[in-house]
Design a protein around this ligand. Structure first.
Ligand SMILES: CC(C)(COP(=O)(O)OP(=O)(O)OC[C@H]1O[C@@H](n2cnc3c(N)ncnc32)[C@H](O)[C@@H]1OP(=O)(O)O)[C@@H](O)C(=O)NCCC(=O)NCCS
Length: 288
């Protein structure tokens, strides 16, 4: 993949995930929508960042000179993560995805810890399992936050800035074994940052404008609970939010979501290699 491919890859991933959602949406779920222009711009920025920093993990598949599929994997302090992976609808299940994933896996040692926030596409999870990943069924929470459930105050809470990045990397190492490094510079540009510090118990969350947590990491579960409540308190009471890829290791987050009035559903998987689901950590699908 080169920077010239970024726009085509953004389009393919948008089509592939929209097609998957339309084909597989439970009857009582909100109608899927294609990725909006407001979301496409930041998506391209994130992918261009990976092409700059992780080119050996970024690949496209072409047919007659036209891009029909893509994969982007990153490597941070020894942790390999899959950031995006899609083949154009209509051309799936013909082997392109297998070749792409093999290429992206070459961006790290075969036994390096690996992290994938998998979709519920059975073709995707088949690939990850055959690539040697452990499969952890995942849950999501969805709905409007019940304001009366919010705690009166979160001790040690403040807004974060780029000046906090060294500390954020320390929290990452404590929670998932590897800092996000250069990715923090993109996330701090694209999201609000909440930080909770109570002595050595620390956490942070990047949060969308609507209060939806984008990525959360903590030194311990108590700090994770504080910052998740702080994120939910930022939500618009009229707009449903969701957070994804909770496993049975994240009972604390399920409890908070239930107390806040959100619905619990099961959807997708965490596919992990050489590591267990980190309990005090909610990954971002893009930067994991
Ligand atoms: C996941 C994805 C990238 C894989 O690419 P692909 O080109 O379809 O993959 P391949 O053809 O190499 O492999 C698909 C496998 O699923 C199998 N398969 C096809 N249809 C299937 C179905 N309905 N259920 C289960 N397995 C199925 C194929 O037989 C093949 O397995 P095999 O090679 O062991 O026989 C592609 O399907 C896709 O874009 N899906 C939608 C987006 C998505 O969910 N991406 C994953 C993000 S985490």
């Amino acid at each position: 993949m080169t920077h010239d491919d970024v726009a085509a890859v953004e389009q393919i991933t948008s089509e592939a995930f929209y097609d998957l959602d339309v084909r597989t949406r439970p009857a009582d779920w909100p109608t899927p929508e294609p990725r909006s222009p407001e979301r496409s711009g930041p998506w391209r920025t994130r992918l261009a960042h990976l092409v700059t920093h992780d080119q050996p993990g970024c690949w496209v598949a072409e047919v007659a000179g036209t891009v029909i599929g893509a994969v982007a994997a990153l490597r941070r302090e020894g942790l390999w993560g899959l950031s995006t992976y899609a083949v154009r609808p209509g051309l799936q299940a013909r082997g392109a995805g297998t070749r792409l994933l093999e290429a992206a896996l070459g961006h790290a040692a075969a036994d390096a810890p690996g992290f994938i926030c998998s979709s519920h596409d059975p073709r995707a999870i088949r690939r990850y399992r055959w690539a040697g990943f452990d499969v952890h069924p995942a849950m999501l929470m969805w709905g409007r936050v019940n304001r009366s459930a919010l705690p009166p105050a979160v001790p040690g809470l403040r807004d974060g800035t780029a000046a906090d990045i060294d500390m954020l990397d320390d929290i990452d190492r404590a929670s998932r074994g590897a800092g996000h490094g250069v990715d923090h510079h993109v996330m701090v540009e694209q999201h609000s940052l909440l930080v909770v510090e109570n002595g050595s118990s620390r956490s942070y969350a990047y949060v969308y404008d609507n209060g939806r947590p984008y990525l959360l990491a903590a030194t311990d579960v108590a700090a994770a609970e504080y910052v998740l409540w702080a994120a939910l308190a930022r939500s618009d009471p009229t707009v449903p939010i969701d957070f994804h890829h909770l496993t049975s290791a994240h009972g604390w987050a399920v409890d908070i979501g239930l107390r806040a009035g959100l619905e619990l559903h099961n959807r997708g998987y965490l596919a992990l290699r050489a590591m267990a689901p980190p309990p005090a950590y909610l990954p971002s699908g893009h930067f994991l």
